[in-house]
Design a protein. Sequence first.
Length: 409
Amino acid sequence: MSGVLQKVRSYVRDAVRSAVINHHKRANNVLFSDTTLRDGEQMPGATLEPDEKLRIAKALEAAGVHSLDAGFPASSEADVVAIQQMVGVIRKPILTALCRTVRSDIDAAQKALHGNPIHKRGVSLFCGTSPLHRKHKLQKSQSEILKIITDTVTYAGEAFRVIAFSPEDASRTELDFLCQCYTEAIDAGATTIGFPDTVGVLTPEKAADFIKAIQDRVRNIDKALLAVHFHNDLGLAVANTLACIQAGANVVQCTVNGIGERAGNASLEEVVMAMAVNPDQFPRKFKVNTAHLAPLCRLVAELTGISISRMKPVGGENIFATEAGIHQDGLLKNPDTYLPFRPETVGTEGIQLVLGRHSGRRAVAHRLHEMGLPDDDNAVARVVERIKQQPKGTVIDDDCLRRLSGDAA
């Protein structure tokens, strides 16, 4: 009787898993899986304390990400503590833990995620598959690698229903062997297969070709979601991610501000906004609330200590600031003349008209009027000329503007 019951439970589990996967595919959703707390934290100098990870996790939950790569439990006790603090607090996203294809890593993940509902916890297994990794890192043959994958994915299935498998250095793995790894992992119970460009060598065209080949050549691909994970060594992580979304990838793994090892990862906020601004090119649904993006960028920068470049897309200080007179004139007439999207779209403050040598009369007059200073044509002309005469590096703030306006009277 127990054998029959076990078969029934297994059938129900597989049916539920299949229904969830098919739902996501039919809905044409792009699911955002954030790895700031794990891959992002691996960036030198970006170490986060458990309470800081929890703050970021709450912000990511509020933003609407589908899953959180919460840490690598086998690597440190601090990761275990951080994940345990999220259990029962972070309720909407799936919490996942990174594991090598080693049973003890899976045990550590089970311990860290204990108490989270079965459908809200998962493991992400990885194993090197490229010739370089097989020969120099693992000293394993292709057949040995396949056995490791099958054994550990099967073992993970005893404690988890959400199981992702990624072949490390996939972009430099022979395509036939890569697809064989995926096929074996899905047969063993993987619900997601990941395609990581571990050293960031791909271009968008090559990335999309890989995704198309995987969809064509992995016979059981209908039983799993397909995720992509790009590094930014050539500055192409976001472009590669977008190309794979167009090619049919279901899950995209990103980090806030693009932080991560070496040149970093695909930037969550950039991928989201590229899709939001170009719905004709990306007619797929996603649940990330764009109004949370800029505050999220600032929070991660604050807690990691990794500052955001002023020119960083979406979160940088210069995104809604300009000193150029022609641009300032246009923005005052209609903000859309020189903006791809309004500041409030990403949850930040309004446009900044920075006064300086390149500013025109309209921006100066606008600020003088706001400050209640003389703003007739002659007064404005004199202030503009005074600004142009200021030494390099002079900040034209309100105090400076009052002085220049007084001098010009």
